[in-house]
Write a protein that binds this ligand. Sequence first.
Ligand SMILES: *[C@@H]1O[C@H](CO)[C@@H](O)[C@H](O)[C@H]1NC(C)=O
Ligand SMILES: *[C@@H]1O[C@H](CO)[C@@H](O)[C@H](O)[C@H]1NC(C)=O
Ligand SMILES: *[C@@H]1O[C@H](CO)[C@@H](O)[C@H](O)[C@H]1NC(C)=O
Ligand SMILES: *[C@@H]1O[C@H](CO)[C@@H](O)[C@H](O)[C@H]1NC(C)=O
Ligand SMILES: [Cu+2]
Length: 257
Amino acid sequence: MGILASLALATALASQWVYAHGGLANYTVGETWYRGYDPDQPAEDQDGKPWMIQRKWASIDPIFSATSPFLACNDPGTPPPSYIPVAAGDNITAVYWYWLHPVGPMTAWLAACPAEAEGGCAAADVNEVGWFKVWEAGLQEGTVTEGMWWQKSFQNWDGSPDLWPVTIPAALRPGLYMIRHEILSIHIEDKPQFYPECAHLNITGAGTAVPPASYLKKFPGAYDPEDPSIKINIYTDAMRNTYNYTIPGGPIWDGKL
Ligand SMILES: *[C@@H]1O[C@H](CO)[C@@H](O)[C@H](O)[C@H]1NC(C)=O
Ligand SMILES: *[C@@H]1O[C@H](CO)[C@@H](O)[C@H](O)[C@H]1NC(C)=O
Ligand SMILES: *[C@@H]1O[C@H](CO)[C@@H](O)[C@H](O)[C@H]1NC(C)=O
Ligand SMILES: *[C@@H]1O[C@H](CO)[C@@H](O)[C@H](O)[C@H]1NC(C)=O
Ligand SMILES: [Cu+2]
């Protein structure tokens, strides 16, 4: 790469290492890019802008508590005016830049919003809606301490974005939904870091399926802070010899009943 590109990369890396945090910057559906909220840019250039599709996250810091109201859609989680259109069965891809934490699970969730006439997703209470998990990935191979996690393997350090595609269940009933991406980083002993971001979706299609009530979870509520997958020290001898990791939050609903 050229000097300018190297400099830009070095700067990006330096600032990432200083803060050591991050979040979901953009979404793509097919060839279309949707810009997310950027905590490093002025709020007045973003708040309430008609193009905004992501709930506001004011800082790159994680949520440290499994019982925080901001576990749902980050802090402050202010709703945006717009929706990403996506067809059931298609992928929506979350885009991160230089995600750097290597250890812990990643999950994606959907929740149905009130109808447009009732205010749509702007009227949704992110702590009260029923979230259902549609995607997850955790430990891919090796041990909890030193193995390869999806959180590490989706990273790119060559200047290209870190891409996280999630398929909208093909059978899902169309309507207005929120999508919630969560990275849980567990590289610090007994101090889980949750990185949730939410966007508003207008899902089209001819499906009729909705998840059974047993799949619907609340944030906070879905996680027990004492869950051994959440309150975890990955540096023990036991974890150095453990080759499995149970992803919190229960099973995935894929729309196939
Ligand atoms: C991706 O997100 C960043 C941060 O919000 C923004 O500056 C950039 O314009 C976005 N890129 C695209 C192609 O939407
Ligand atoms: C959707 O993403 C999955 C990976 O999660 C990939 O296998 C599949 O080919 C993608 N589908 C489309 C239509 O791009
Ligand atoms: C959702 O998409 C449908 C079909 O394109 C459209 O008629 C409707 O106006 C959209 N709703 C919102 C809130 O964007
Ligand atoms: C590994 O699997 C066992 C048996 O299901 C379970 O008890 C244990 O909690 C799992 N370990 C981790 C780190 O999730
Ligand atoms: Cu961090």
